[in-house]
Design a protein around this ligand. Structure first.
Ligand code: PMP
Length: 427
């Protein structure tokens, strides 16, 4: 049993010593002390089914024994910076990661986060093309440093940031967008940005295959292939931000972009790649990677032995436990059950996503699609009381985000939906 300080004591310390903007998911913040696969346990020993996995961060399950063992073994042997000396952990993981890509995507740069990965990807695109113009999609999230905050296109996450050279294209949003599911019409906006807003040449385009923070929005079909075409014609590189949609989560594919049938020039990843350990990566072609030899580039901890040992263990667990297949089976089942709830409750405006990256959007009125922000928070709180954790997001904070660990079972899916059903019925 847990015998440390109480939740109230911790909260007081957080308020006194941590960043004043510190954010808690629940009105009465949870104090989690232990995790096991798809479960989390609080200080009172209460068990929660984890339907959010720290924002799609815990991929193969909390404290998965294989990953823990890899981390402990490597920590006991050696932990240091990745630069200056040889180490097998980084080389082995780079090789294994590269094997998950087809074509020329064979060179890996390791970072400590998704922000760092996207910063590096955009920098490489600028250096490779000699251009400064970058196009991203409205409602996307790419990180919180200079270039990534600029490409992030939600005011909620923007501070005083210089955005010169960054263009935000129409979001191919199938639920709220002006062109519905017509991907080609939205893609025309990118072509127009290139024609009217740049010299005709761009450095690149960056997008998530499924917007995570933006509320689990799958880009309209046909959009990405058309945009990749326009961007490539303008000399730009296409960057796939797989921080949330990658690593087997969509079930149908290992990478989210594969579901759109496109071939990016650079792929970025983080979160699930390390199952909770700080680790990110950029994968690109040898030709593009070459630009970083023009100066001295390094990242002190990016790809350190402990994190890369964890990354390799995660990859092996995904394969050994067939977690991509599981994400497809359980995710399809879960989405179907959530869609049935939509028939029952007017407040559910949309159910979307694929595999184990699903969204449920709540609206007070299906016609006007007025966001049901308050209700979203209330239902999440009620679900927590009943033992189920999910996330929320979207610009209006009215979308349930369901991104559980990939070991989620059908029974877990049933429990999650039953609890959501009950909570909705008590509204
Ligand atoms: N890209 C996407 C799609 C993300 O969801 C996030 C984090 N929410 C990031 C990049 C940034 O990752 P990090 O927080 O690790 O810097």
């Amino acid at each position: 049993p847990y015998t440390g300080p109480s939740a109230a004591q911790i909260l007081k310390k957080r308020q006194q010593y941590l960043n004043p903007a510190v954010f808690h998911l629940y009105k009465d913040p949870l104090h989690l002390v232990h995790g096991k696969m798809q479960y989390l346990f609080d200080d009172k020993g209460r068990r929660f089914l984890d339907g959010f996995a720290g924002i799609a961060t815990v991929s193969v399950g909390h404290c998965h024994p294989d990953v823990v063992e890899a981390i402990v073994n490597q920590t006991k042997r050696l932990q240091h910076s990745t630069i200056l000396y040889l180490n097998e952990a980084i080389a082995d993981f780079a090789e294994a990661l590269a094997s998950k890509f087809s074509g020329d995507l064979k060179v890996v740069f390791f970072t400590n986060s998704g922000t760092e990965a996207n910063e590096l990807a955009i920098l490489m695109a600028k250096m490779y093309t000699g251009c400064d113009d970058i196009i991203s999609i409205r409602n996307g999230y790419h990180g919180n440093a200079a270039l990534t905050m600029a490409t992030t296109a939600q005011s909620t996450y923007k501070f005083k940031v210089t955005q010169s050279g960054v263009h935000h294209a129409l979001n191919p949003d199938q639920y709220r967008g002006v062109f519905g599911s017509d991907g080609l019409k939205y893609a025309k906006d990118v072509e127009d940005i290139i024609t009217y807003g740049t010299s005709g040449q761009v450095a690149g385009f960056v997008a998530e295959a499924i917007q995570g923070v933006g509320g689990i929005k799958e880009l309209a079909p046909g959009y990405l292939p058309a945009v990749y075409d326009s961007v490539k014609k303008a000399g730009g590189l296409c960057i796939a931000d797989e921080v949330q949609s990658g690593f087997a989560r969509t079930g149908s594919h290992f990478w989210g972009f594969e579901g759109h049938g496109v071939a990016p020039d650079i792929v970025t990843m983080a979160k699930g790649i390390g199952n909770g350990i700080p680790l990110g990566a950029v994968v690109t072609t040898p030709e593009i990677a070459e630009v970083l030899t023009r100066r001295n580039y390094f990242n002190t901890f990016g790809g350190n032995p402990v994190c890369t040992a964890a990354g390799l263990a995660v990859l092996r667990v995904i394969e050994k436990e067939k977690l991509q297949e599981n994400a497809l089976t359980v995710g399809t089942y879960l989405k179907e059950r959530l869609s049935n709830l939509k028939e029952k409750y007017e407040i559910i405006g949309d159910v979307r996503g694929r595999g184990l990256i699903l969204g449920v959007e709540l609206v007070t009125d299906r016609e006007s699609k007025t966001p049901a922000k308050l209700e979203t928070a209330q239902i999440m709180d009620r679900m927590k009381e009943l033992g189920v954790l999910i996330g929320k997001g979207g610009f209006f904070g009215n979308v349930f985000r369901i991104t559980p660990p990939l070991c989620f079972t059908k029974e877990d899916a049933d429990f999650l939906v039953d609890v959501m059903d009950y909570s909705l019925s008590k509204m």
